[in-house]
Design a protein around this ligand. Structure first.
Ligand code: GLA
Length: 662
């Protein structure tokens, strides 16, 4: 079965609506809904007084309708009574402002009162529902990420620091506290990063980010363990946040999930949304080790900063199948029914204010049928196989979000997305690898490192070995600069990668705004340039203007049986694509499907070929052997036409299908 459904908030509606909800869910083929995410004040209206009968009724009703439930613990939004009883458990900003209730996520994860109350309500839910026949998945909390700088946080931060550094001398060394007289002589002197006079200490900020990620994970684990204890057969997860808000180190968290679940909201109105979908799906697959679940996305709207855009016909289906093609075990949305009020009253829904007689609901009904038709085939198909990987590293992102960097325009996410976009536009399947964790690079021909700023000796050695064994490594600027604690590696950039790259960077020359420098390849440097000295590598592209004219810009170093490329300039999308196409060519990496027309994207998942036409004219895709339409089971020969804006799932191979429609 593929999960198809979304966040369902029956507590926001009179019970008369519930019957219609279940009927419409059945009409659309909804197989799973997430219930109770923000229902704490309905489940525990006053301290220790529980009201579960409404939840009993809706879970029973869903079960009767054949719909499974991801039951959430409601701990992301403590009720007002909790706040008033435990003001010390409210989050405090870096400016010292204590926030209050009236929104959501108003808690300090280090406050004992919050942790006790969260465990209590989760425990009650476990006691009551762990064996409910509708229960398929526990959904702990919602999008962990709340940041707090209060005194309780300070105490927890110190405990974490003591464990990490052992003694104050080690901490002082790691944080370079000799700079600006910041030497700590007692643990009690250490605070969370708070508003201060001028630039904060970057190592202090970085350790705080790591602490917060671990502290939130500990809160998750507490709930997970008690839910698991109540019924070990039910998997437990929480929904990761994908996007510009990198609150925790998801790669590290993934090991603690029974199933990695990810929320992904593309935020660009045009084709960028399709590229974001591909990026989000590939990254989530990396976190999930091949398999994951899209827990939330907007079914009918794309939220760009400042505006909500209606998706064109076919786009809900394209986006949803794109996630499934990339390893998701279904497509879940925020949300089932659009609410009449509340802060997100105009957010996306399968049943919008207009009701089921609406484009989004009609498309959802069609999508439900498609998912049902392909479910068994998808279940048997392995996740996509990629020969190319891009590195993703949350701590490097955190470090590059800091102040005092050589350019205010450094943007980690943009750099990683650009690398993914270039490969994606070439039709190449892309995986992600996570340098902070043990990596198996053996399956890859090409690995790209955009802005991999923090690098341990072990990580540097793993990439050297990858190249020595015949891999093709592409290192972008701002990589290898510092050790994991943020201290710079001396002797020239890109410190950790100097040897494998055979280069030494002696000067950074970030470019302002729209300034450009010509390159002798015909491309241009944008955003960034450097003075590079080669040390054994060959210069492939030179700067052709500015004071750098004639100096190396892009180099290649033969190392063992592979090669390591260094890309010192920032490149345009086209420039990066040209470069990566060349590397892919040298590495012998073929696109996911040959002969695609413009605008058509292909994703292979075992024998299944997912085709998405993001263009405005029909696309004819050549097929090199026998194939069937995986939905209709009709045989296809030679080619298949994907309508403009449409999607198609093709099963390659002969027509005698081992896959009955389930
Ligand atoms: C997130 C949250 C949801 C909701 C949506 C809005 O993913 O988990 O509760 O706020 O965003 O689209």
């Amino acid at each position: 079965m593929l999960c198809f459904g979304g966040d369902y908030n029956p507590e926001q509606w009179p019970e008369e609506v519930w019957a219609e909800d279940v009927a419409l869910m059945r009409q659309a083929g909804v197989s799973m809904v997430t219930v109770g995410v923000f229902a704490w004040s309905h489940l525990e209206p006053s301290p220790g007084e529980y009201e579960f009968t409404w939840l009993d009724r809706i879970l029973d009703r869903l079960h009767e309708g054949g719909i499974r439930v991801a039951l959430a613990t409601p701990t992301a939004s403590p009720p007002p009574w909790f706040t008033l009883a435990h003001p010390e458990a409210l989050p405090v900003t870096a400016d010292g402002v204590r926030l209050t209730h009236g929104s959501r996520d108003t808690y300090c994860v280090s406050a004992p009162a919050y942790r006790t109350a969260a465990a209590a309500i989760a425990g009650k839910l476990a006691d009551r529902y762990a064996h409910h026949p509708a229960l398929a998945l526990w959904h702990v909390h919602n999008e962990y990420g709340t940041d707090c700088r209060c005194d309780l946080t300070a105490a927890a931060f110190r405990t974490w620091l003591e464990k990490k550094h052992g003694d104050l001398d080690a901490l002082n060394e790691s944080w370079t506290t000799a700079f600006w007289s910041q030497r700590y002589s007692d643990w009690a002197q250490i605070l969370p990063p708070r508003a201060t006079q001028y630039l904060p200490n970057p190592a202090h900020v970085l350790d705080f980010r790591r602490f917060l990620s671990d502290e939130l994970l500990a809160a998750y684990q507490e709930q997970r363990d008690l839910l698991r204890a109540a019924n070990p057969a039910i998997p437990v997860t929480t929904n990761f946040v994908q996007g510009g808000w990198v609150s925790v180190d998801h790669a590290k968290w993934a090991a603690e999930m029974d199933l990695v679940a990810v929320d992904d909201y593309p935020s660009e109105p045009g084709l960028g949304a399709e590229e974001q979908t591909a990026f989000g799906g590939d990254l989530a697959r990396g976190w999930g080790g091949g398999s994951w679940l899209l827990m939330e996305t907007g079914p009918n709207l794309i939220y760009t900063p400042g505006r909500m855009h209606a998706k064109e016909a076919g786009r809900l289906t394209r986006h949803s199948l794109s996630y499934v093609a990339r390893g998701s075990r279904g497509a879940m949305y925020f949300q089932w029914r659009q609410p009449r009020g509340g802060a997100e009253l105009f957010h996306s829904a399968l049943v919008p204010h207009a009701g089921p007689d609406s484009p989004v609901f009609r498309e959802a009904v069609g999508l439900g049928r498609t998912l049902k038709a392909i479910a068994a085939q998808v279940a048997d198909a392995p996740p996509p196989v990629a020969q190319v990987a891009v590195a993703w590293d949350a701590p490097s992102w955190w470090a590059l979000q800091g102040a005092g960097l050589p350019s205010a325009e450094i943007d980690y996410l943009a750099a990683v997305r650009q690398a993914h976009r270039a490969l994606h536009r070439s039709g190449t399947a892309v995986d992600f690898v996570f340098p902070g964790l043990p990596m198996d690079l053996g399956a890859y021909r090409v690995v790209v490192l955009p802005h991999l700023y923090l690098v341990s000796d072990e990580t540097a050695a793993a990439f050297r070995e990858f190249v020595a064994n015949g891999g093709h490594l592409v290192v972008g600027h701002l990589s290898g600069i510092a050790e994991p604690d943020g201290r710079v590696r001396l002797g020239g950039y890109p410190g950790a990668f100097r040897e494998v790259l055979g280069v030494r960077v002696v000067e950074w020359r970030p470019l302002a705004g729209d300034a450009e420098i010509a390159l002798d390849s015909g491309d241009r440097a944008v955003r960034w340039s450097e003075r590079v000295e080669t040390a054994g590598s060959e210069t492939v592209v030179r700067y052709a203007g500015d004071v750098l004219a004639g100096a190396p810009a892009i180099t290649r170093n033969r190392y063992g049986s592979g090669s390591a490329w260094y890309v010192s300039p920032g490149l345009s999308d086209d420039g990066l694509r040209r470069l990566l196409d060349r590397v892919l060519g040298e590495a012998g990496v073929a696109p996911a499907h040959a002969g695609l027309p413009t605008g058509v994207e292909a994703v292979r998942r075992g024998p299944l070929l997912f085709l998405f036409n993001h263009g405005v004219v029909p696309g004819v895709v050549p097929l090199s052997g026998p194939a069937v339409n995986a939905v209709t089971r009709r045989e296809l020969s030679e080619s298949v036409t994907v309508p403009a804006g449409g999607s198609m799932v093709v099963r390659l191979g002969s027509a005698d299908s081992p896959h009955p429609v389930r």
